[in-house]
Design a protein around this ligand. Structure first.
Ligand code: ADP
Ligand code: ASP
Ligand code: MG
Length: 424
């Protein structure tokens, strides 16, 4: 039988009991005749705790050293899982990202995978061992320094390895039973989806549904890797994320809405009083791009005829807020804008569904659900299969719940169990 890649998230390996439970699952898969490669995250909230620790030492930790620190989290769990497997009488070897051949660019904190050369993993498999790989990390091709791939990126390590090894499936084990119609932590009536197309999953992940890291879904689509999201706390079947051509979905019968996603990780910057002339927006966004800041929504108001000035607002990851404000402050004289406003008390709520392409009236229904719940809309953006709005941070839960109900997504019986994790 073929190779199975399994990824266990932080809540699955939170303590010694969890590590032993996971080891047993891995050994069971091995006994079924599969070659098993495992990717692990740091135990519980270790990554957050290490970050907090660094911030107690210095408000701005040097990115190279922060990566050195954070990668220690995954190193602990990989060794412990390998030990637990050995205890069960099976051969296991753990590998750091670098040893596993995860080659990245040199952008600390959000490095991109350039190449995977999993020679040592293949060797371990050939030797009959179970390979345990530290997720979320790699090594820079240029500087040879250790890098991290961004928060939640162990999923991406797993799918990238599955692609490089030609695995049959990449199983992502977490603290909920699969992908639901909304985050079960805020919508207890959310329903588990048996199958989600990669197209919809991409939009859900990009909209903040942190059940899967965005880049892992991009990888799965590019290399045709089937993903099975499930829980390590139970044996129930989870959700299959299948490339669109394999999902076998009849477009005529497709559900209109796949789910509602929310994101608490963004901030909004407004550049006030930008002279309305050719090239100003380009200058602003070039500056942000060269500071490695990813922009999400952008809104430019019509300029007031009297002043010839306009405001440009955009959203970005909160963690990039300070570097973006710094970069923009440096071009104030050159661009000639008035001032910058920063707001991190916002959230994004998105409605996603491939079926909305062919159904008019979805936007109206979404907005009226928000209005009835007393939620004010700050910004709007749409794609063919998604509508997103920016709302006040304090109204995110209300907005998600109201939308979920308005589109008849609520289950009659509660099926959304959260088995572990703190939701941090
Ligand atoms: P792990 O540590 O296993 O990687 P994460 O915390 O990154 O786990 O992701 C799992 C969490 O994703 C769940 O506990 C849940 O709160 C959240 N989540 C957000 N949106 C969804 C969704 N649509 N379906 C399921 N879980 C979701
Ligand atoms: N431990 C890392 C994080 O907390 C990576 C991951 O869990 O996927 O972001
Ligand atoms: Mg995760």
């Amino acid at each position: 039988m073929g190779i199975v890649v399994q990824k266990y998230g932080g809540s699955s390996v939170a303590d010694a009991t969890g590590i032993k439970r996971v080891a047993q699952r891995i050994v069971n898969t091995r006994k079924q005749g599969h070659d098993v490669v495992v990717v692990v995250s740091a135990m519980g909230d270790t990554t957050d705790e290490l970050r907090d620790l660094a911030e107690q030492v210095t408000p701005l930790p040097p990115p190279r050293e922060l990566d050195m620190l954070l990668t220690a989290g995954e190193r602990m769990s990989m060794a412990l899982v390998a030990m637990a497997i050995a205890q069960l009488g099976h051969k296991a070897q753990s590998f750091t990202g670098s040893q596993a051949g995860v080659i990245t660019d040199s952008v600390h904190g959000k490095a991109k995978i350039i190449d995977i050369s999993p020679g040592r993993i293949e060797q371990a498999i050939a030797d009959g061992a179970i390979a345990i790989v530290a997720g979320f990390q790699g090594v820079s091709q240029d500087t040879k320094d250790v890098t991290t791939l961004g928060r939640g990126a162990s999923d991406t390590t797993a799918v990238a390895l599955a692609a490089a090894l030609g695995a049959d499936v990449c199983e992502i084990y977490t603290d909920v039973a699969g992908v639901f119609t909304a985050d079960p932590r805020i919508v207890p009536a959310a329903r588990k989806l048996d199958r989600v197309s990669t197209e919809e999953m991409l939009e859900m992940a990009a909209s903040g549904a942190k059940i899967l890291h965005l880049r892992c879904v991009e990888y799965a689509r590019r290399y045709d890797v089937p993903i099975h999201v499930r829980t390590s706390f139970d044996t129930v079947e989870g959700t299959w994320i299948l490339p669109d051509h394999r999902s076998g979905e009849n477009p005529m019968e497709q559900a209109i809405i796949a789910g509602v996603a929310h994101d608490r990780s963004e901030a909004k910057i407004t550049v006030v009083g930008v002279p309305d002339k050719v090239g100003e927006a380009a200058r602003i966004f070039e500056t942000l791009a060269s500071s490695e800041v990813n922009i999400d929504m952008v809104v430019q108001n019509v300029s007031a005829a009297a002043t010839g000035l306009t405001d440009i607002s955009f959203t970005l990851p909160r963690e990039d807020g300070q570097s973006a404000m710094g970069a923009l402050a440096r071009i104030q004289d050159e661009v000639g804008y008035d001032k910058l406003l920063y707001d991190d008390q916002i959230g994004k709520v998105s409605l996603i569904g491939a079926g909305m392409r062919s159904h008019p009236g979805i936007t109206a229904k979404f907005f009226s659900a928000l209005a009835s719940a007393g939620v004010n809309i700050g910004m709007i953006s749409t794609s063919e299969i998604r509508i997103s709005v920016i709302v006040d941070e304090g109204q995110i839960d209300t907005a998600v719940q109201a939308t979920h109900t308005a589109f008849d997504l609520d289950a009659t019986e509660v099926e959304a169990v959260v088995y572990g994790g703190t939701g941090r």
